[in-house]
Design a protein around this ligand. Structure first.
Ligand code: ADP
Length: 432
């Protein structure tokens, strides 16, 4: 572990630490952030009544819109002179979401990423190829600081320019790579296509995140790049990458949330009531230690569940993989649908590639979704192709309960990640 004392702090002590931090935080934001003072007053809530971590459910929930309404610096809890960095998330429409860090916040950012990289297999003295985007996006600089703190040599290559990435991977021989899983897929495909061969690379670990991914992609990129691939999760509002991370020796059992800094809850998407361990709901996080722009009970919109695993190395809670953003959830004829649900079905059919798009359109008054997916080889009898198509359609109907048309397309006809996050949804409704 990077920080064994904290990462394996006995639960009682962890709760005590969280309680102290939460009670300080309530007083801190009440004194310093007019928005929070207003919501506390509206609820008739006195910060002095927040004494224990279990009091968290008394606190107001913060939504992305609250950040937008206070664009750009309205939620700062410190004078602007104390801010040392500003990031912003892309935001597909309108103004981006702005976040600001004090020097202390940047320390925390480095700490949680050092812990994460260590859990992902990185060790001091290794080199890391950091293909997360550098810039306003938190990914690049977040991983960068964590890697330096852990004692790695960082190659700050950023996203894109695949030719150059492949050259540097061969020439510099880094052991660790960080990027989005979809970009790791692109790199793995190119390694194969160009006959580079895994032997020409020295990669051992991939720390991948910033978008939902599945076991199919994990298997693909592990085989293609010769790595053990683990999941890193985060969002700019909370800090950026490094909110949670999977351990490379406990793959598939969830990602540790660094609970001493980020307190998680799972809430029912409709009633907003807390849900028990193991139940799927919206992940809501309170930043217990940030000073520049702390957030109470931030509604991430990401759907997952939490679990404590007594047999694991650390005491911190694990979150499951993210099914999708509540924003990316399609509601088709009353059925909730995330792209990853279709992805796992595609995975079971060996003749198909894990490259697909969900095409959403309008037929009359009704929305519909169809699937476009690549076949490994089109050198098949027409009847075989037709068999594949109906097989996937049936699986979708049986598992998801929707009728979707399936279109098989040749390899390489579906867009690949060129460095950043990849959308698996093609929404024709907006264009119509
Ligand atoms: P933007 O909103 O511009 O995408 P962020 O980097 O803040 O900027 O995005 C954070 C979001 O990315 C999370 O709320 C989540 O939906 C998604 N995300 C990040 N890491 C993962 C991951 N490991 N698995 C699934 N989704 C992830």
């Amino acid at each position: 572990m990077f920080n064994p004392e904290i990462e394996s702090l006995p639960l009682e002590k962890l709760r005590r630490l969280q309680s102290e931090r939460l009670s300080q935080l309530a007083a801190y934001v009440y004194d310093r952030v007019p928005f929070y003072r207003g919501t506390f007053d509206q609820l008739g809530l006195k910060p002095s009544t927040i004494l224990n971590i279990s009091d968290i459910s008394k606190l107001p929930i913060t939504y992305k819109n609250d950040l937008r309404d206070h664009y750009p610096f309205g939620l700062l809890a410190v004078p602007q002179e104390e801010i040392r960095r500003i990031h912003a998330s892309s935001g597909t429409t309108g103004k981006p979401t702005v976040v600001a860090y004090t020097a202390g916040d940047l320390e925390i950012f480095a700490e949680v990423n050092a812990r994460s990289l260590y859990a992902g297999g990185a060790r001091p003295g290794m080199k890391i190829h950091n293909a997360y985007g550098y810039g306003l996006f938190t990914g690049g600089l977040g991983i960068h600081a964590g890697a330096e703190k852990l004692g790695l040599a960082v190659v700050p290559v950023s996203g894109g320019m695949t030719d150059r990435q492949l050259m540097l991977l061969q020439d510099f021989q880094p052991e660790v790579i960080c990027c989005t899983p979809s970009y790791a897929q692109t790199l793995a495909e190119e390694v194969k296509k160009r006959g580079i061969g895994k032997k020409a690379l020295n990669l051992k670990f991939g720390v991948l995140g910033a978008e939902p991914w599945t076991e199919t992609i994990r298997e693909d990129v592990e085989a293609g790049l010769g790595i053990v691939a683990t999941n890193i999760y985060g969002l700019s509002e909370i800090i950026g990458p490094g909110v949670s991370q999977e351990d490379h020796e406990e793959k598939g059992s969830g990602s540790y949330i660094w609970e001493d800094h980020f307190f998680p809850e799972i809430l029912d998407p409709e009633t907003k009531e807390p849900l028990p361990e193991g139940a799927d709901g919206v992940l809501v996080i309170t930043t217990l230690t940030k000073k520049g722009m702390p957030l109470l009970r931030y509604w991430t919109n990401d759907i997952c569940n939490l679990s404590y695993d007594k047999s694991s190395k650390r005491t911190h809670v694990k979150m499951s993989s993210i099914k999708g953003r509540a924003d990316d959830m399609l509601i088709i004829r009353g059925v909730n649908l995330f792209p990853t649900q279709v992805e796992v079905l595609i995975r079971d059919i060996p003749e198909l590639e894990p490259h697909y798009l969900l095409v959403v359109s309008k037929k009359g008054a009704l929305d519909r979704v169809d699937v476009r997916v690549e076949v490994k080889s089109t050198a098949m009898e027409l009847s075989q192709l037709e068999g594949l198509r109906t097989h996937l359609m049936q699986k979708i109907r049986n598992n998801i309960g929707l009728h979707m048309d399936v279109e098989l397309v040749p390899r390489d006809s579906i867009p690949r990640s060129e460095g950043g996050k990849l959308s698996r949804i093609l929404d024709l409704r907006r264009e119509a």
